[in-house]
Design a protein around this ligand. Structure first.
Ligand code: GAL
Length: 655
């Protein structure tokens, strides 16, 4: 249903089949909490098929009918995230093989081989049994395909699939040998069967192979997801599917998977209230993931999971303080969520997650803070229904490409102590976020039209076609920011020969001379160049030395052998402007830098400067003002308590 913000939770009635009283009470409490949808039966396979081919779906029928009667819709899960013991025992090939080539035993979850024909067949059978029985039930509005896809398998079936994938991609061994520069250390392949996935006791040095393995793992995982999707759609062609994605997850290119689903979603578990970060920093970090998941499809998403109170797997299980659950639910909506769901509705009695927070805890009561806040958020989301479906205006884009990240982080040098890629991205994102500028994330397949500002942090792997897009974007009046260690290698991780940043030297008006690694805590002073609006600051991590060929310096290194060289520069190119940031600067650098750039370029969500902790986000005709601070705060005449939110529709306050 459009026109509403969904509110719900993972619901596991399969754990309570011997307690009909509890199942009945669930519905009663869901109504009180304003629940409109549940993700049903995510790990219910052994209750649905206790023995091979023996389907027991009646209990689920009863649950779905009861939910429907109460006006609650179902996001029906395919149960492939965890398989029954009988399956793992009878068909060893479904169990994953680790990088060291040891096959796993039965246990845990999301650890099956995505290539295994047996696993695919068994999954097909259960998915289609569910689709036949429930696919046309009016309550079922969405399919939750598996759960948090991830991991990799190194079995013989996967090795073969990897080789087939390479053959398809490159056509010949010669092309592979060239693409990976296998002449290095005499690694030239003479037969496809010699190619093996990376292993601790085998290949760990061939950058191109490792990069392609990561791409293959993402491809194979997506292929498995498509298999499940198509099994369901064979029975119910109009079925809508979603997958739940994860925080900073490295193993799947979510842009690739996102193309194959109807709805993107993610599971959000920030460690609120940690002593090493302000509440605002945690909020901005979370907002960044919301914006990345929004960008996966460029449309509203769901926050598929979060805890109403605490997790049980973080180092310290901290409870969300009063007001924080409201803050985080509304923050998701501000950044484009059309659904806010919890893990989990009811706390399980035993096993790994028995102490994980839930809307209903072991005491089964509704007269407590967690339930009351959950119910309040449900009521507010009903009130905010007009926000549903609203898009975010295209303003700034940060380039984030999974392949480019794998290549960057998979290379040896110039700093094996950690490149801090997310840290770099966060500095740009945080500044733009504090300025109330909408940020999308784009990969190297993206079209850049519509954006006013494009930021390319550490775009080490820069494809020729994307370099051409960045050039055209700037030429046509866009503002481009490129950092150090960009335009170094091509899409098989071969270094570009000649001047770098490849394809951008004339756009940026400079070329790279050298790059120096800094130890943790080691910094270099920078001073403003003549006439520059920027203030003196320090930088570290990596210091790139540029030869300016047309660009004007903004900051100059003030120490070390590169003293006097530009640490930041700007170049006019066509109708646009391109900035180079040659190092990672102290955090305080970025806000004034972007404030200057955004002046006259984009309309910020809040017209005046906001005090520290206040964040404003525009979503269509709505503006969300949130106090991401532990104390009351004020912006103009709007006063908000700690973690408070105000919402404006066309300038008029509605919350
Ligand atoms: C998610 C997972 C859920 C649950 C939750 C606990 O990653 O999808 O099934 O385990 O974590 O926080």
């Amino acid at each position: 249903m459009n026109g509403m913000l969904w509110y719900g939770a993972d619901y596991n009635p399969d754990q309570w089949l011997d307690r009909p009283d509890i199942l009945a009470r669930d519905i009663e409490l869901m109504k009180k909490a304003h629940i409109s949808v549940v993700s049903l039966g995510i790990f219910a396979w052994s209750a649905l098929e206790p023995a091979e081919g023996d389907y027991r779906l009646d209990w689920m029928q009863e649950v779905i009918d009861r939910l429907w009667a109460a006006g609650i819709r179902v996001d029906l899960a395919t149960p492939s995230g965890a398989r029954p013991a009988w399956l793992a025992q009878k068909y060893p090939e479904v169990r994953r093989v680790n990088p060291d080539r040891v096959r796993q035993l039965f246990g845990d979850r999301q650890n099956h081989c995505y290539t295994s024909p047996v696993y695919r067949e068994k999954v097909r059978a259960i998915d289609q049994a569910l689709a036949r029985r429930f696919g046309r039930h009016p309550a079922v509005v969405m399919w939750h395909i598996s759960n948090e896809f991830g991991g990799e398998c190194h079995c013989e079936l996967c090795q073969q699939a990897f080789r087939d994938w390479l053959r398809e991609k490159y056509g010949s061994l010669d092309a592979i040998n060239r693409a990976w520069n296998t002449a290095f250390w005499s690694h030239t392949y003479t037969d496809f069967s010699q190619i093996e996935s990376p292993a601790p006791q085998g290949e760990s040095a061939m950058n191109g192979l490792i990069l392609d393995w990561k791409r293959f793992v993402s491809h194979q995982t997506t292929d498995f997801m498509k298999w499940e999707r198509d099994c369901v759609r064979e029975i119910v062609p109009e079925a809508k599917v979603c997958v739940n994605m994860m925080y900073r997850f490295d193993m799947i290119d979510y842009f690739e998977m996102g193309r194959e689903i109807d709805l993107a979603s993610w599971d959000s578990y920030p460690t609120w209230h940690k002593p090493t970060q302000t509440f605002e920093e945690t909020a901005i970090d979370t907002a960044m993931m919301h914006d990345l998941i929004y960008s996966v499809k460029g449309q509203p998403f769901w926050q598929m999971e979060c805890t109403p109170s605490m997790t049980n797997w973080q180092g310290v299980s901290k409870v969300k303080k009063p007001g924080v659950n409201l803050f985080s639910g509304l923050q998701a909506v501000a950044h484009g969520a059309d659904g806010v769901l919890y893990f989990q509705w009811r706390q399980s009695r035993g096993a790994f997650e028995k102490f994980h927070g839930a809307v209903v805890a072991h005491d089964g009561r509704e007269d407590n803070r967690v339930f009351a806040e959950a119910a309040r958020l449900g009521a507010l989301l009903e009130q905010l229904a007009p926000v549903a479906g609203e898009r975010k205006e295209k303003q700034a884009a940060i380039v984030f490409d999974w392949s480019a990240k794998w290549a960057l982080e998979g290379s040896q040098g110039p700093r094996n102590k950690g490149l801090g890629y997310w840290e770099e991205i966060t500095r740009h994102y945080a500044a733009l976020s504090r300025l109330g500028v909408n940020v999308d994330f784009v990969n190297e397949d993206a079209e850049l039209s519509g954006y006013r500002l494009v930021v390319a942090p550490m775009l080490y792997m820069l494809r020729e076609d994307f370099a051409a897009k960045l050039r055209a974007f700037t030429q046509n009046g866009g503002t481009l920011v490129v950092t150090y260690w960009s335009g170094v290698a091509d899409d098989t991780d071969l270094c570009y020969l000649g001047d770098t940043p490849h394809g951008l030297c004339d756009v940026l008006g400079l070329r790279r001379l050298e790059i120096d690694g800094m130890y943790d805590g080691e910094t270099r002073r920078c001073i403003p160049a003549e006439g520059s609006p920027l203030a003196a600051c320090t930088c570290g991590t990596l210091c790139e030395v540029e030869a300016l060929e047309g660009a004007r310096p903004l900051l100059l290194y003030d120490e070390d052998f590169f003293k006097g060289h530009a640490a930041a520069a700007v170049n006019d190119f066509g109708a646009g402007r391109a900035y180079t940031l040659a190092s990672r600067f102290e955090e305080g650098f970025y806000l004034p830098f972007y404030r200057g750039i955004c002046e006259g370029l984009v309309t910020r969500a809040w017209p005046d400067e906001l005090p520290a902790g206040m964040l404003a986000v525009r979503r269509g005709r709505f503006i969300f003002l949130q106090n991401a601070a532990d104390t009351p705060n004020r912006a103009g005449d709007v006063e908000l308590p700690a973690y408070g939110t105000a919402v404006f529709e066309d300038g008029k306050r509605i919350l």
